[in-house]
Design a protein around this ligand. Structure first.
Ligand SMILES: [Zn+2]
Length: 227
């Protein structure tokens, strides 16, 4: 049963009223409305699906050691190919074909992966992640406009090394200029060093889901020691 909104002509006061549509009028509307609703639903579903597939999933080695953080899309590939099994699910249902199952939050590989140690390359991006985009002099945090500061300036023989470069805001960098921090009475928030894990991984660890806590405790301890 379709209804449509009709506006009465001026002479009747222009008042809107609802009335039951005639069969032929309903036929025209029934073609347009469901199509429009279907299109909106499809767009909405696609947006939700894309957001859901970016949810973080913690990957553990077969020995329960933390390996990496990936997204749900890659996690599902590991799961469906039989390379991993679910350790913890987060309560969100994933529908595929005729079946539905809880989306994984933690996956464990079915086989052991040995990861060789590769020193993290020293570059601007990695320094920013290591320092969490936070000025190491004043504590201001911003994802844009941060600079790299050489603690001992290059003009005074300072090297470009993990323990001599920090993230600094523009005003602190300008204030410090080509001098040592102590010359300007500036103090570092912490002594910089080479990060133990990938800074990207470290960034993910800062807002992890509560169910990851017990697996991440040793990793966080090592990260704190490494910075
Ligand atoms: Zn600053």
């Amino acid at each position: 049963m379709w209804f449509w909104l009709r506006v009465k002509p001026e002479k009747s006061g222009g008042v809107a009223e609802f009335r039951r549509s005639k069969p032929e009028e309903a036929g025209e509307k029934s073609l347009k409305k469901p199509l429009f609703r279907l299109l909106i639903s499809a767009i909405f579903y696609d947006i939700i699906k894309r957001i859901m597939l970016q949810r973080p999933v913690l990957i553990l080695n077969s020995s329960y050691e933390v390996l990496n953080v990936t997204n749900l899309k890659r996690g599902l590939k590991l799961l469906l190919s039989g390379k991993a099994e679910v350790v913890k699910a987060d309560g969100v249902l994933v529908h595929g074909g005729q079946t539905s199952f809880p989306a994984p939050s933690i996956l464990k590989l079915r086989y052991f992966v040995s990861i060789p140690y590769h020193p993290l390359p020293l570059n601007r991006r990695n320094v920013m992640f290591r320092d969490n985009f936070t000025c190491q002099y004043c504590g201001k945090r911003s994802l844009t406009g941060m600079t790299i500061d050489h603690i001992i300036p290059r003009s005074l023989g300072g090297k470009t090394a993990w323990d001599n470069v920090v993230c600094a805001c523009k005003s602190c960098n300008e204030k410090k200029g080509d001098l040592r921090p102590q010359d300007r009475r500036m103090k570092l928030l912490k002594n910089p060093g080479q990060p133990v894990y990938s800074p990207l991984f470290r960034a993910c660890l800062e807002n992890f889901p509560p169910e990851w806590a017990s697996y991440l405790a040793p990793v966080r301890q090592e990260n704190n020691q490494g910075s």
